[in-house]
Design a protein around this ligand. Sequence first.
Ligand code: GLP
Length: 243
Amino acid sequence: MTELIIVDHEAKAGELYARCVADLIKGKPDTVLGLATGSSPLAAYAALASTVKAEHIDMSRVRGFALDEYAGLDPSHPQSYRSTITRTVVEPLGLDPALVHVPNGDPATIMDAGRAYDAAIEAAGGVDVQILGIGTDGHIGFNEPGSSLASGTRIKTLTQQTRRDNARFFNDDIDQVPTHCITQGIGTILKARHLILLAFGEQKAEAIAQTVEGGICSLWPASALQLHPHATVIVDDAAASKL
Ligand code: GLP
């Protein structure tokens, strides 16, 4: 079932995420968080960091699994998703870095890394809450249009549209944006117990309309959320404008 919440500001969406996750961690100190990069989850991470501080929540046993990583970008590169997750999640939330995992985009091992990643998620007992952004083309993680709705973690080619969208992180130069990535599959994402997708701004309106009201279809990967028993979509008025 998809639950739709329209908020007037992304800070409000952040507060909703923070409340949900903080309560979960209080009851389950070794909660497994599904983590995403991109700008959409930033207000949610910031709100959770304030809640954790205000309510003195013990984060030392919280575990995390990121959705995706660029292929062939050194983990120490400032735009690698390992670096991004460290900067935006691990440090502000005071997580133990050893408990936070990011797929390994090393080209030498990437063909086997996906299966190992899915096995690690399963061994951890699965993801409790998965936060998601959405690409303008409806991708989640890096599952571009046409991705199998049953896919596991694997290497994928990035579309030109996604590379153009992400060029802003690489000196506005599309040639610096990696061409491949490793991403949790849609099947992997759907195994999380609760999905929370955040989208803000008019540029996400079409993707949100397809996600919530379109047919379930691999051309709009996020429409797979309709198959999930507990998916929450939180959007602002602009992202809701085509519903
Ligand atoms: C990247 C990430 C996605 C993210 C998307 C949207 O492609 N791999 O996980 O959802 O960007 O990013 P933003 O939230 O900045 O619009």
